[in-house]
Design a protein around this ligand. Sequence first.
Ligand SMILES: Cc1cc2nc3c(=O)[nH]c(=O)nc-3n(C[C@H](O)[C@H](O)[C@H](O)COP(=O)(O)OP(=O)(O)OC[C@H]3O[C@@H](n4cnc5c(N)ncnc54)[C@H](O)[C@@H]3O)c2cc1C
Length: 481
Amino acid sequence: MSDLILFWHRRDLRISDNTGLAAARQRSQKVVGVFCLDPNILERDDVAPVRVTYMIGCLQQLQQRYAQIGSQLLILQGEPREAIPALATALSAKAVFWNWDVEPYSQVRDRTVIESLKEKGIQVLEENWDQILHSPDDIFTGSNQPYTVFTPFWRNWSSKPKAAPADTLKDVEGLSEQELQTAKQAGAIALPTAKDLGFKWENGLVIEPGEAAAQERLEQFCHRAIEEYKEQRNFPANDGTSQLSAALKFGAIGIRTVWAATVEVMENTRSDEAQTSIRAWQQELAWREFYQHAMYHFPELEQGAYRQQFKNFPYENNEEYFQAWCEGRTGYPIVDAAMRQMNNIGWMHNRCRMIVANFLTKDLLIDPRLGEKYFYQRLIDGDLSANNGGWQWSASSGMDPKPIRIFNPASQAQKFDPEGEYIREWLLELRSFDTEELLSGNISKRDRAAVDYPDPIVDHKIQQRQFKLIYQQQRGDSVNS
Ligand SMILES: Cc1cc2nc3c(=O)[nH]c(=O)nc-3n(C[C@H](O)[C@H](O)[C@H](O)COP(=O)(O)OP(=O)(O)OC[C@H]3O[C@@H](n4cnc5c(N)ncnc54)[C@H](O)[C@@H]3O)c2cc1C
């Protein structure tokens, strides 16, 4: 009889191209999955109902995948440091394997689980990376330090060979009926719905959960859009990006599979333009890793600004302004359209994420941590490292060096939504206005009142001057806009 290995899934909700799972299968034929609904995560006040709904959908699909190959995915609910060792002990598991994570909470949690398992004589697989192409300890500067600037990171990271996708789990043995009973006694439960867990999301999912849907999305994107990515990626009204972020966050797709797909399209195209686009998309995957490595090496990023002059920045934090920003009622059409997109579907285009984050921090003078949390409460793809990196980049408080960027909402709209399609899609009350009015925001008080659309809550020109002044007082640096 084979030894039982439990594989603890966390943000790798798939059986294909999963490095830890493939390692478990190499060790034994009897591999059973487990997922733990962790109150330390689910009871935080920044959990997005849409994200939990997507995650539960991925877990449903994963249970089906395990059933198809003759094994099971068990669900636990409780403190991982108690629930995982209790299940492993009850089932006399030889080992518990899982993939490593960069997030500060995961690092602490995993150490307590390892301790508890080792005390019970159960083996673990340590330091196994799966969700990134290179371990954070593999990409260092010449002086052996973590990178704090993206471009040299990218040069180093992109020059390194990438691993091929890991073997898909197959030919496995699951638990017997009797062992399943034991698992239940040790805490295994039926998979709850998001609603059972107290999360209400009624707007449907714009991104279909699960491994098969993620694979299909990747194929579709690589079939066509990736070759036009550089051109299309900045226009929120167009379907020019992959929308793979939720799948990458929860690991519904393996990063090696994603990378291999980009290499394949690169090999099959001779057009310089297409190759530049594919490279641009690969670079986004590198940004994702840059932020994950940064979170691993500098866990204090979770608490706030990286740059010294932003650590005590005197943000005004006007509550009414913050509320208006959250609701998409600032009176700036491109900002409001973007916020309503996120509030409605739980996803926002990258260009718009940059616009609204810039607006909150530079025009409304509100602490980026408030915006970061609001995003996390709403996004289907909410990810600590990417969200923190995006907010710090937009607030100019992060690792990227000067210049300080101040976006003008009207110029952004004119450049990236030139027909006003995106604004019209999300601001129904402004649908019949002229494009010029939508883009510039030059709409009379009377016209605004007639459709119950607010006046601008601040004046961009005044606010940007104010921001620059405060910034210069803090440090005396120059500011570009
Ligand atoms: C303020 C702000 C907050 C953000 N919050 C998140 C977040 O919580 N979760 C998240 O996944 N992304 C976040 N991003 C990054 C980016 O906006 C999204 O990854 C992207 O919009 C997702 O759409 P896509 O999958 O179509 O991206 P594509 O353009 O197709 O990019 C492919 C993949 O690369 C990664 N990626 C792309 N851009 C970035 C980036 N700038 N930083 C890190 N990874 C990137 C994502 O995994 C994405 O799926 C944020 C950006 C900003 C400016």
